[in-house]
Write a protein of this length. Structure first.
Length: 627
């Protein structure tokens, strides 16, 4: 009789073996915690429960092939080979996962985060990999001892599992394969939500300070695999770099606004200059927004630091750009420790909330909000009325915007609130009762922008009724420009230009249109100065009230676009490639004038290199805060 197991026995054995894996994952987390207790002063039992769930997700991902093969029928002659392969896979993957978890017991001390796949880029950057391995073993031999002992424990426990011989049942194998594998897939993605659970989602379940305790290294390695990693640059010594660029800033209170002024940042989906009459010199689709701009401090050359909503949020809220192929939020560095407006205001007694009508999980804004320090995230599920759902993205702005104004009134004052609109996003849905009322244009987005403007007015109509309105600083900014059928707005020099405005209902911020560059990264430093917050913080932007040349930087497809003065420089492969005047308008493309500005070219190259060098190093080493 061949040695086979009934389906019930097979499932029990599989669960017992995976239970051993889960127990050993928890054991390595305890070791990780004991060796790094100083980094988790506020951690409690809940972090271990959440960590248990992340371990389940990780095990489902790593052991999916093992489970699949367990329930795939094979001919009798291959049964022995199948068992051998399953044994090798089980112990091989288990040993690999345990080794990764134990590695971070010490490596965490240097990075303050779980290792991601970019670690291999760091280790492989030079020719000293063997030396690093030798040093690691010599200095941290205790971890190797732990690994050997834990694997020995795994072997002992696995051999204690009893099995029995029964007849094979191919139909049962096939049937249970169709049940077990979808279950593994479901657990592996973390549930039924829109997107599989990622590294940054740990911040939704714990204080960002404790994210590394909740996560496990096999998970962060797997989730960051295949994502292009940043290369460390060595253009300058760190002292030279600091002279050229330093993201550590000190606020400079302006005493323009009263202390404890409330702050509302409104991020307007796709409200590029092309559709805003105040900036395009022609037909407008934003009459209400235009009326606000006339009462606000605005900038002739507002610059978005990216082309995606997911790039805009960290730029605006935390002054962190996405100078890489992956947006910061979804990059291997998305779980880095950061300083944001939310965390700074929270430390200064403000209540904080992020409002976005999209389905929770969209673009992982809820996870980023938790990581950034917001006390709560309010989305489609919290709105709890799908009668106003657009069937694509979330709750229509005309309903969500005024509702948000009412919800803000529930926050303790002073407060910091962020509202991110969504209705002017593709597919540009307009509800039936508004389709004959909105202003249409040459592109489908025109009517959608006009609808978004109508919804923005509804927010302010409701906000004016609230007791906090007159003591509130409003900052209105587009997240990015939209895809355009107009060649002018498809040029690199124009495709980042957006409206940015600072508005105070009592006129405490004088209405003015400054003829200068102002990027999304500058919003955080400027708000801190306007609200008289005294702090030292980390920022790639510069306050409006800081002297010096204004600048902006963006990244797309391997090239950096640097704006300074009247010029936009394209920088790639370690040097400036061209220069155009981004202030000119017209159908003709601006000529490349790089050869006429040799002195400026050298200065710009050094400035951009310093920004890139600091950005890459701080992202890789998780140094995006003041230490």
């Amino acid at each position: 009789m061949r040695r086979e197991f009934s389906m019930l026995t097979d499932i029990k054995i599989m669960l017992k073996r995976l239970g051993i894996v889960l127990a050993l994952f928890s054991l390595t987390r305890i070791i990780f915690y004991l060796f790094n207790m100083n980094g988790f002063a506020q951690a409690g039992i809940m972090e271990f429960f959440v960590g248990f769930w992340f371990d389940c997700i990780t095990i489902a991902l790593y052991f999916l092939p093992w489970a699949a093969l367990t329930f795939i029928p094979v001919p009798d002659k291959l049964l022995s080979s199948k068992r051998i392969f399953l044994g090798i896979y089980y112990y091989g993957v288990l040993a690999l996962c345990l080794a990764m978890n134990l590695m971070d017991v010490e490596y965490f001390k240097y990075t303050s985060k779980r290792s991601t796949f970019d670690l291999f880029a760091i280790l492989g950057a030079g020719s000293d990999l063997a030396q690093l391995a030798t040093t690691f073993i010599k200095d941290f031999w205790i971890l190797l001892v732990f690994l050997i002992l834990i694997i020995a424990l795994a072997i002992y426990l696995e051999r204690k599992i009893k099995t029995r011989k029964v007849d094979a049942n191919w139909k049962a194998l096939s049937f249970h394969f169709l049940i077990i594998i979808p279950l593994f897939v479901l657990i592996g993605r973390g549930g039924f939500q829109l997107k599989p659970v990622g590294i940054i989602d740990a911040s939704q379940y714990t204080n960002p300070q404790n994210s590394a305790l909740v996560l496990n290294t096999p998970f962060t390695m797997l989730k960051s695999y295949g994502k292009k990693r940043l290369a460390l640059k060595n253009y300058f010594s760190e002292q030279e770099e600091k002279k050229l660029f330093n993201p550590i800033k000190k606020s400079n209170p302006q005493n323009i606004l009263p202390n404890n002024t409330n702050v509302v940042v409104i991020i307007l989906e796709s409200f590029g200059n092309e559709f805003v009459g105040a900036f395009n010199g022609g037909e407008t689709y934003t009459p209400f927004f235009d009326s606000l701009l006339k009462q606000s401090l605005t900038f002739e050359y507002g610059i978005a630091n990216g082309k995606k909503s997911i790039e805009a949020v960290p730029a605006i809220i935390a002054s962190i750009p996405s100078l890489m192929d992956n947006p910061y939020i979804s990059s291997p560095y998305g779980n880095n420790t950061i300083t944001s407006l939310a965390s700074i205001f929270k430390d200064n007694g403000y209540s904080t909330a992020f409002y976005h009508g999209a389905t929770n999980g969209s673009m992982r804004f809820d996870a980023f909000a938790a990581q950034a320090g917001y006390e709560k995230y309010v989305g489609r599920y919290e709105y709890n009325n799908d009668a106003h759902f657009d069937k694509t993205w979330g709750i229509l702005d005309e309903f969500f915007n005024p509702w948000t104004a009412k919800q803000i009134s529930l926050q303790k004052t002073p407060f910091f609130a962020t509202l991110f609109t969504l209705s002017s996003h593709h597919p540009f849905y307009i509800p039936a009762h508004m389709r004959n009322k909105v202003k249409k244009g040459p592109y489908p987005i025109c009517a959608s922008i006009n609808y978004g403007d109508y919804a923005l007015k509804k927010f302010f109509d409701e906000a004016k009724k609230q007791p906090w309105y007159n003591n509130t600083l409003f900052v209105l900014v587009a997240d990015h420009t939209s895809a355009s059928g107009n060649p002018l707005y498809n040029e690199r020099k124009m495709m980042y230009q957006i409206p940015i405005a600072f508005f105070h209902p009592k006129g405490l911020i004088p209405a003015e249109r400054k003829q200068q560059i102002f990027q999304q990264l500058d919003i955080m430093p400027t708000i801190l100065d306007l609200t008289n917050i005294k702090t030292t913080y980390y920022s790639f932007g510069k306050s409006l009230f800081t002297s010096g040349k204004r600048e902006a930087i963006t990244y797309l497809e391997g090239s950096y676009f640097y704006f300074s003065g009247n010029h936009m420089y394209t920088f790639s492969n370690d040097k400036a490639r061209n220069l155009v005047d981004f202030t000119t308008r017209g159908d003709k493309k601006s000529p490349d004038s790089l050869s006429y500005y040799k002195k400026e070219r050298n200065l710009v190259e050094n400035r951009v290199k310093a920004i890139i060098q600091r950005y890459n190093r701080d992202m890789v080493h998780n140094e995006t805060v003041v230490k």
